[in-house]
Write a new protein. Sequence first.
Length: 491
Amino acid sequence: MRQTLGTDSLTDHSDHRWPLWINVENGELGRRILDGIHAISGWTVREAASLAHLAAVQESDAAAILSFAQSPHASHLTAVRALKQKSWFVICVVNQDETTLQTRSQLLLAGADVLVDAHSDRFVQQLNSVLASEHKTLTHRESEERTLHQLMGRAGFVGRSGPILSLFRSIQKIAPLSDLPVLITGETGTGKELIASAIHVLDPRRATKPFVATNCATLPAELSESELFGHCRGAFTGAERERMGVFRSAEGGVLFLDEIGELNVELQAKLLRVLQTRRVRKVGADMEVPIDVRIVAATNRSLDQMLVEGKFREDLLHRLNMSHLCIPPLRERKEDVRPLIYHCVEKHAALWWHKGQPELENDFIAALEDSALPGNVRQLENIVCRSLIDWDGAGPLALRHLPESIWKQVSGRLQQRDTAAPEFQKIPIELQAVEYLQNHDWNLAEAVRDLEAAMVRAAMMASGGNQSEAARLLGITPRSVYNKLHRVQQS
């Protein structure tokens, strides 16, 4: 679907105060740090009683100062890794005289951005200098993201997650390279045509020229060459008039070839020649004619695997894959679900309904954010449309307007979560593993068996009892799910 930006309003944050967490479990050094940065501008200082407390904080674009009462050990390294997974800026305060070079190297390998010596005469000045520099970096990045969001709106993008921003930065980089072929890969429903359209919109040389999209999977086998390259009148039975073909229809602009993996090998050879020579020959014509077209191809299949199977030409893959964009599935960018829901409601309420645009209950959004959507954006749009059909025009769109399959998924996931304490869920997996193994007397085989059983049950709950869907979530076959469930029931 063609989307438009649904991001939050963007304001100037040049004087923005970023969260700065201080680990104060080392009392004396923690107080010294707090006193030293008390007056620093640009940060909102918060105290964390322990590393576990810090690991459970759900914030992004934050900084942390970690101080250690003793030489850092494994749990400290785990805490640093956990903070870096949240993209935090991590400062570790160490005693240079009491820590080894090996320990300090391990902290850096775990992800620490800066090490500061607690016994240095310039300890406070160093801390303040580092924090001032990081504040400047965060402010610059936020400004860059505002510009990026504006371009995303121009290209019809919806999203604010890290993966989608990273993808758009790549688009922004390659779009101006007007003759560069692009290969887009991603699961079904992720919006590959939207990416191709964005490349067209942001290509200054081709933006005012045609954007032509064709699905290779729908081309009739006997007419596919004619559809792509055109034909002369009388070239074959039924060719009563000349046909231009999609390559020449896209002259000066962008041709999007979706499902490129569905082309037969013979046609792949002809496509390769067009890419190499930038010339096409109509069916029934004697002469080739030059073309000026940018090719963007897409597939949800593994072309590398097709190459091994002899179903896709290696030389064509190399020609198309000069620039590769991989669209992350919706499950890897949950932050984008909310703005996509609002966009879908706005789009379809305006087109199909005369009841006005409904408000959205938090449960409606939360349920979709918590659901497995293997069909990605296309499936999300379908669910929103079905919910609008069930909506009677009175009150907000609510949980009851969602399909039963969503209720089952959410019910299963909540039941799974209720079995663990909330504070335990937020602790890094390495720290969870210590407690889990201790409960199994450090018997690895027994612990792995019980963990596997729990994961299979969790997948069954998340899929509403559907073994095929549970298998897809786990990345195994339905037969494997059946066998594992059978073993669980026997034990």
